[in-house]
Ligand binder design. Sequence first.
Ligand code: ADP
Ligand code: ADP
Length: 208
Amino acid sequence: MRMILIGPPGAGKGTQAARLVDALAIPHISSGDMLRAAVAEGTALGVEADGYMKQGLLVPDAVVIGMVIERIGKADCAHGFMLDGFPRTAPQAAALDEALSVAGVSLDAVVLIEVDDSLIVERICGRRSDPATGAIYHLRFNPPPADVVDRLVQRKDDTEAACVARLEKYHAETAPIVPFYEAKGILRRVDGVGSPDEVTGRLKSALA
Ligand code: ADP
Ligand code: ADP
């Protein structure tokens, strides 16, 4: 299965991808995780991306497209992948389409996780992640176990100011690509409000 998860920042894309990929036996490819790894390693790509990410701005298409297209060309993606956070702009969606068509394959599903803007800031500001396992927690909605609390980290861009900028970018650049996938007949909308288990159930039904 070749699929994409789309949704505003904090919609639950990373949380849900982690719950779904094992059963689907496909790799979870998060452009945000790839960019954060490049920043941590201090590669040229990471140095360029860091300034945009801290401010909640999109990293230029020229940087992100090559990175993700190269990744989905690797052997572990031969039978599918779950893209999370890519594509985020019309040129990214067009580049993905082109790369898949050159490879003679196509997307099976694009799932839009819908969460109202009014809920996003609280989700983002309470987000914490475990650098040892990659697990995503929320101080209130998905509290971490006591034995991992001390090692949790907060993303640099999970501030209210950067969150507002990211939401603006989502509405200006990413939401407009939804009709592109709707026109292809592969878009499924899933309500992202409710417990993570409820949302996982809706995603499984949408993909069934
Ligand atoms: P979130 O989980 O809040 O949606 P991500 O982890 O997907 O955020 O992305 C974090 C940041 O990384 C974005 O705000 C942006 O700066 C950058 N980024 C990630 N994916 C892309 C992309 N496809 N195009 C441009 N920038 C991206
Ligand atoms: P995204 O990858 O779309 O940016 P995350 O999966 O990182 O979103 O979730 C953002 C924050 O919201 C995290 O702190 C996560 O624990 C929390 N969260 C995820 N799903 C839900 C949900 N259904 N209800 C409440 N909080 C959630």
